[in-house]
Design a protein around this ligand. Structure first.
Ligand code: HEM
Length: 503
């Protein structure tokens, strides 16, 4: 049983009944069953989509109970804006994120807010996402994208459809491995996913299953899965240890791994410990590719279904890039419409679909719901992004023009949160956006995408989201008439990769 003292918060899972004194004000699904809770009709493989279904019926704040564990979910625009107030709320490490602690420990993503290694690693690694660092990664991103296109050319010539999520995962894994760690997994030379990817998917899926399998029964129900998970974690650790060993023996390349190994804190000079470096490398290899791969896959799905949007995006690529074979770093940020396609895909399917916030001290959410210090709620980004009060009655429709500058300015703050919020927002946001915009630009220029007419979007969940079984047919796009590249529009000014990230 959890214990509370004046200073320490209870350890382990903190159910809503501990922290929300007026919990009865928050609706829950009908037909709650004693002991088991709100499990009627639940799909354990799609917990997010289940919660979306309930949220649509129950409203902007609701609760669900699974085997005695009660959770508050929030998705209404006003409530999320309140939870984004950094002076009252902080990141809560719970559920799936806490389940990743055995493998990622106090790495940047899974660190508790109060752990000293979070600030240390943040300060050491943030310069690795500066504009200057990003410009250095750009040619490597291009090299990897060219390897993807070699593969897609061959598939197209053979008349075969391409496996979009599979190939986007290869692309994004190779990109983060190469740019962050000078490592090559050889994904494009393999017919099956690299064992690192298989082990990573295993640990993510296991972390998600531990959310939905009742605590007391989990040792029994998940015995086999837990054993496989041990093996997956051991494989991830071995792979990372090899990457680090190779680098220790070689000269630095000025990348993320170099920062981890050789750079001290800008003020104190303190270094990351070897154990923490192992955690960070796993964190970046996983967080740095899985979500971007999903974002690219959803964007390609929507492009294949909307020829008029594709034509507009392609016209922009031709106009902005002209016929340069390898677009420069600055030319990527100028693809404003392509970027809107990406934003709109992340709106409908934010590939990290939820994040948790906890009260720093006793407070009242939205002036209505009292919360004790440490009480927390799960923000359902995927529903926030479909709130009709914010996005209109046609919120389910794919429309990149929702992200033109005027429309963005007209919306309230904190209504688009695919990268989380506050100090713990995604450190890799600019990295992901640059990589994905570059790759979409290159693919739009080279191919026309033909959907499989029988395909209906199914979304697979393993903490992150991915279009399940998406395959596309490719035709080579006709070359555009040569046009001079446009160089007049100024790129957006540099800004902090993290603090400027959340709106
Ligand atoms: C489209 C791609 C991406 C999406 C949608 C995404 C989303 C997110 C979200 C929602 C969070 C906050 C999670 C929370 O509050 O619990 C986060 C944190 C984080 N992301 Fe990303 N991410 C993406 C790409 C990347 C990339 C490319 C990297 C690294 C190169 C990365 C590294 C991280 C790290 C290290 C954190 C933890 C930051 C901290 O707590 O200080 N992400 N991401």
């Amino acid at each position: 049983m959890a214990e509370t003292t004046a200073t320490a918060l209870p350890k382990g899972f903190r159910g809503a009944e501990l922290g929300w004194p007026k919990l009865h004000r928050i609706p829950h699904p009908p037909h709650r069953i004693p002991f088991v809770g709100d499990v009627l009709g639940a799909d354990p493989r799609r917990p997010l989509q289940d919660s979306m279904r309930h949220g649509r019926r129950l409203g902007p704040v609701f609760r669900r109970k699974f085997f005695g564990r009660e959770i508050v979910f929030v998705w209404g625009g006003r409530l999320v804006a309140d939870l984004s107030d950094e002076s009252r709320f902080a990141k809560h490490v719970g559920l799936g994120v806490a389940n990743l602690r055995p493998v990622a420990g106090d790495g940047l993503f899974t660190a508790y807010d109060h752990e000293p290694n979070w600030q240390l690693a943040h300060d050491v690694l943030a310069p690795g996402f500066s504009r200057e660092a990003m410009a250095g990664y750009h040619p490597m991103m291009l090299d990897v994208a060219e390897r993807l296109m070699d593969r897609w050319d061959a598939e197209q010539a053979a008349g075969r459809a391409v496996d979009v999520p599979g190939d986007m995962t290869k692309l994004t894994l190779e990109t983060i491995a190469r740019t962050g760690f000078g490592h090559d997994f050889g994904s494009f030379e393999r017919s099956r996913p690299h064992p690192f990817v298989t082990a990573m998917i295993g640990t993510l899926t296991f972390a998600q299953r531990r959310n939905v399998v009742p605590g007391p029964l989990s040792p029994l129900l998940l015995r086999g899965a837990a054993r496989r998970n041990e093996a997956d974690m051991a494989y991830l650790n071995r792979t990372v240890d090899e990457v680090v060993r190779d680098r220790r023996a070689a000269d630095g390349e000025g990348d993320l791994l170099d920062r981890m190994l050789r750079t001290g804190h800008p003020v104190t000079g303190e270094r990351l410990s070897p154990e923490n470096i192992r955690r960070q490398v796993i964190t970046f290899l996983v967080a740095g590719h899985e979500t971007t791969s999903g974002a690219l896959s959803f964007a390609l799905h929507y492009l294949s279904r909307h020829p008029e949007i594709t034509a507009r995006a392609r016209e922009e690529v031709d106009r902005v890039w002209g016929d340069v074979a390898r677009p420069g770093y600055e030319q990527v940020a100028r693809l404003r419409y392509v970027r809107r396609v990406l934003d709109e895909s992340l709106r409908l399917w934010p590939t990290a679909p939820a994040f948790a916030r906890e009260a720093r001290h006793d407070t009242v959410l939205d002036g209505v719901h009292p919360m004790r210090r440490g009480a927390w709620a799960l923000v359902l980004t995927a529903l926030l992004h479909r709130d009709p009060e914010v996005w209109g009655a046609d919120a389910e429709r794919f429309d990149p023009d929702r992200f033109d500058a005027r429309a963005v300015r007209a919306r309230p703050a904190h209504t688009f949160k695919p990268f989380g919020t506050g100090a713990r927002a995604c450190i890799g946001r600019q990295f992901a956006l640059h990589e994905a915009t570059l790759v979409l630009g290159l693919l739009l220029r080279r191919y026309t995408l033909r959907p499989d007419p029988g395909y209906r979007l199914r979304v697979a969940e393993r903490l992150t989201l991915m279009p399940d079984g998406l395959r596309l047919h490719l035709d080579r796009a006709a070359a555009a008439p040569p046009a001079p590249p446009v160089l007049t529009e100024a790129p957006s000014p540099a800004r902090c990769p993290v603090t400027g990230a959340h709106d």
